[in-house]
Every structure is written in structure tokens, then in C-alpha cells.
Design a protein around this ligand. Structure first.
Ligand code: NDP
Ligand code: GDR
Length: 326
């Protein structure tokens, strides 16, 4: 039985990846931070067989302890401060967790495994946000990185540290340059879930309008359930490498609003959407669209859920949730 350790198990991807690995027969361990984490019970209910360990990416000794207990064959470093807008308000903390946290888990892995480093396979959750002010369309593994947020800068550090551990120590360390991926489990601070939740509430008469930021940005949105399969596939390869994971399609926030409102029978959403500079970013990433050719060719990976299906899945889920709240 293979053993896996997931940091960020309480996040959107951690939960999907935990389900995937359990379904494949892995013994799964998840790292949870904080003394009374409100998501602990959600994870326990969803993934009863997963063993939860307490630790924090900023605390090297807690990571060493988690590795000693779990003795993993595969490590998935999904833990991060992941909300881009928040990273301007907390740039130093984001650097510590999202950037140096990756170095901590890489170093803990090296120290833990000693001469047996070649046995462990490591996944780093890199991001399309690293492309920032894009230097090429579509973005590929070789596209020059130009991050536009403290989060993006921290992810670039973590990305190159992962490559550095591969090149310096021969570690099987792979990095997935994942474009935006969403689901009904997406945090409500992110734009897709903010829209799906608000649209459901407006349809049910619980809310009057949505207040948004920049509606012109374009993103390459996929389904989180598809994307965690790509993470797993990367660690099943003989050679560690870096892969863009995306759909190859891009859509604006306007299109997101079109699909979400249309699904509840509202075609003219403009009177229901206000814009507020509070939701604009100091530097915006205007256009992201990834080229997933390498993932298709080498990993045999392809996304299954398209943009409209994703948005309607999220609106449906929020309608059900909002109805259950009465
Ligand atoms: P979430 O924000 O949903 O989850 C982040 C996870 O990191 C949570 O479990 C959180 O724990 C944990 N975490 C935060 N701070 C720490 C810390 N100090 N020590 C240990 N764990 C911590 O993100 P997603 O699931 O969406 O994303 C997973 C990873 O993939 C992240 O690294 C993200 O940056 C990256 N990524 C995500 C993309 C996306 O579109 N979803 C695209 C590209 C990359 P808690 O619940 O306690 O806060
Ligand atoms: P992003 O996701 O920054 O791409 O990072 P987010 O959903 O927060 O923003 C996407 C785009 O929507 C615009 N936008 C708004 N965003 C939010 N959150 N709220 C609003 O009201 C709003 N109005 C417009 C934003 O300006 C932006 O252009 C996500 C995270 O999951 C990262 O961790 C991950 O690395 C990247 O995706 C790939």
C-alpha cells in the first residue's frame, strides 16, 4: 500500500486529492494547521480514513514530525496562502507560507529521507499566477515568468526551489503549473464561487446584487476534480518534470456572469452587478490561457469538464446549499 502526505488537506484541492488517493488504495495523511481549525470536522466527515497530523509549513520541526509519522512515498505540497488579493495585504506572511513554506517541506523531506531521497516523490502546487504579465499566449512550461502579486512572487520562489532540489539532490520533485480550477468546494472569496453563491441567493430572493471588481480579466478555468488527477499522474512518471495543466480556453468575468445568471433564467444581469474599486487589484493579471499539450502528450491527461458545465455545476450546488439553509 502506498503512503501519501498532503499539505493543504483542508483546502479545495486537498479534499479532491484525498478522495482520489483513497480511491486508489493509498494510506493518506493530511497536514492540518491551527489549534482549532474549523475545517477539521469537514475533512474528518468527508475523508474518514485519512489520518490527520498537526503541523504548519512555517514550522520545520512540525514537518519533520509529520514525515516521521507518515513515512510517505508521495508528498503533495498544496498548502499555501492562496488568495491573490489578500497577498498584497499580507505580503510577508504570504512569502513565509507560500514561498518559504515550500522550501521548508523540501528541506524536511531531504533531512527525513537521508540516503533514501530517491524513494520519495514530491509535488509542488505551482500556479499560472506566475505568468502574471504574460510574455506569450498561450502560456507554456517554457514561457518567461513575470509575477504580478506577492503571491505570484512567492510561488515563483517555490517553483524554482522545487527545480533546484531536483537538480541539486536528484529529488523526484515535479511542479504543476496549474491554471485556475474551481468546484463547489472553492472558497467563497474566489470569483467563480462568489458569483455562483450570489447568483443562487439572488435567484432565491435572499440577496439583491453582487459587488465585483474587474470584469474584463480572462481566466482559463477548469474543474478541480480533473486537475488533481494530473497531480497524481505527474508523480507516476519515471522522471520528475514540470507541466502546464489547463483547458486551453479562456473566458472573461463577463462570460462567467452570463453563464451563471442565464442558468437561473436571468439574461440581463447588468442591473444586479455593481463594481467597487475595493475589489480591484494594485496590479492585475489580464489574460491567462495555458497550453496543456505536454500534459496531454506525456501524462495522457485531458480535462473532462468544460466551462459551462463547471459554472452550472457550481450554481446548482449553491442553489441546493442555499435552499437547505432556508
Ligand atoms: P485553498 O486556499 O483552498 O487551500 C489552501 C490550503 O493551505 C488550506 O488547506 C490551508 O489550510 C493550507 N494552509 C494555509 N496556510 C498554511 C500553513 N501555514 N501551513 C500549512 N497549511 C497551510 O487552495 P486550493 O486548494 O485552491 O489550492 C491548493 C494549492 O494549489 C495552493 O498552493 C494554491 O496556491 C495552488 N494553486 C491553486 C489553484 C486554483 O485555481 N485552485 C491554481 C494554481 C495553484 P486552512 O484551511 O487551515 O487555511
Ligand atoms: P486568481 O483568482 O486571482 O486568478 O487566483 P480569483 O478568483 O480571486 O480572481 C480571478 C479574477 O477575477 C477578478 N475579479 C474578482 N476576483 C475576486 N476574487 N473577487 C471579485 O469580486 C472579483 N471581481 C473581479 C480578479 O481581479 C481576477 O482577475 C486563483 C487562486 O486560486 C490562486 O491561488 C491560483 O494560483 C490562481 O487562481 C491560478
Amino acid at each position: 500500500m502506498k503512503r501519501a502526505l498532503i499539505t493543504g488537506i483542508t483546502g479545495q484541492d486537498g479534499m479532491y486529492l484525498g478522495e482520489l488517493l483513497v480511491s486508489k488504495g493509498y494510506e493518506v495523511y493530511g497536514l492540518v494547521r491551527g489549534q482549532n481549525n474549523p475545517k477539521l470536522e469537514i475533512v474528518r466527515a468527508l475523508l474518514p480514513s485519512v489520518k490527520l497530523l498537526f503541523g504548519d509549513l512555517t514550522d520545520l520541526s512540525s514537518l519533520l514530525r509529520a514525515l516521521d509519522v507518515s513515512r510517505p512515498d508521495e508528498i503533495y505540497n498544496l498548502g499555501a496562502i492562496s488568495f491573490v488579493a489578500y497577498s498584497w495585504e499580507n505580503a510577508s506572511l504570504t512569502t513565509d507560507v507560500t514561498g518559504k513554506g515550500a522550501l521548508n517541506i523540501l528541506e524536511a523531506t531531504r533531512l527525513h529521507s537521508g540516503d533514501d531521497l530517491g524513494r520519495i516523490r514530491f509535488y509542488q502546487a505551482s500556479s499560472s499566477e506566475m505568468f502574471g504579465k504574460v510574455q506569450e499566449v498561450p502560456q507554456k512550461e517554457s514561457t518567461l515568468l513575470w509575477p504580478r502579486s506577492p503571491y505570484g512572487v512567492a510561488k515563483v520562489f517555490a517553483h524554482y526551489m522545487t527545480i533546484n532540489y531536483r537538480e541539486s539532490y536528484g529529488m523526484h520533485a515535479s511542479s504543476g503549473l496549474l491554471f485556475n480550477h474551481e468546484s463547489p468546494r472553492r472558497g467563497p472569496e474566489f470569483v467563480t464561487r462568489k458569483v455562483s453563491q450570489a447568483v443562487a441567493r439572488i435567484a432565491l430572493g435572499k440577496q439583491d446584487k453582487i459587488v465585483m471588481g474587474n470584469l474584463d480579466a480572462s481566466r482559463d478555468w477548469g474543474f478541480a476534480g480533473d486537475y488533481v488527477e494530473a497531480m497524481w499522474l505527474m508523480l507516476q512518471q519515471d522522471q520528475a518534470d514540470d507541466y502546464v495543466i489547463s483547458t486551453g480556453e479562456t473566458h472573461t468575468i463577463h462570460e462567467l456572469l452570463d453563464v451563471a445568471f442565464h442558468h437561473v433564467g436571468i439574461d440581463d444581469w447588468r442591473p444586479l452587478v455593481e463594481q467597487d474599486p475595493a475589489f480591484m487589484r494594485p496590479a492585475e493579471v489580464d489574460l491567462l490561457v495555458g497550453d496543456p499539450t505536454k500534459a496531454a502528450t506525456v501524462l495522457g491527461w485531458k480535462p473532462k469538464v468544460g466551462f459551462e458545465q463547471l459554472v452550472t455545476m457550481m450554481v446548482e450546488s449553491d442553489l441546493a446549499e442555499q435552499k437547505s439553509l432556508a
